[in-house]
Design a protein around this ligand. Structure first.
Ligand SMILES: [Zn+2]
Ligand SMILES: [Zn+2]
Length: 103
């Protein structure tokens, strides 16, 4: 998408695209980056940035113990978690065009 301003590199492979296209790419290719946990009865999704190790957690809903609940909402919540990862990549790992430091 020319003119969008930002190109984000996929932290898992060579793919590069605008934020929306990267989000779709993550949802297709790197869904396993989002890990479901349900310790202590509260379902959570976690996504870890492979570049810096920063971890984001998304609580699904308190008090839900039904494993079917996780399955049913899995895709939707994966997309939310991947969205957090894209935002993190934009904020922490991408520089505006023309300001590459070469690090
Ligand atoms: Zn990728
Ligand atoms: Zn990071």
């Amino acid at each position: 998408m020319p003119g969008d301003g930002h190109t984000v590199s996929c932290p898992f492979c060579e793919f590069e695209a605008g934020p929306r296209a990267l989000h779709a790419h993550l949802g297709e290719r790197h869904r396993e980056a989002v890990v479901a946990t349900a310790d202590d009865g509260n379902a959570r999704y976690e996504v870890t940035c492979p570049r810096c190790g920063e971890r984001y957690r998304h609580a699904v809903r308190k008090g839900r113990r039904d494993p079917a609940f996780l399955t049913e909402f899995e895709r939707e919540i994966q997309l939310v978690a991947l969205d957090m990862l894209v935002n993190h990549l934009l904020a922490e790992h991408e520089q505006p065009a023309g300001q590459q430091t070469g690090e």
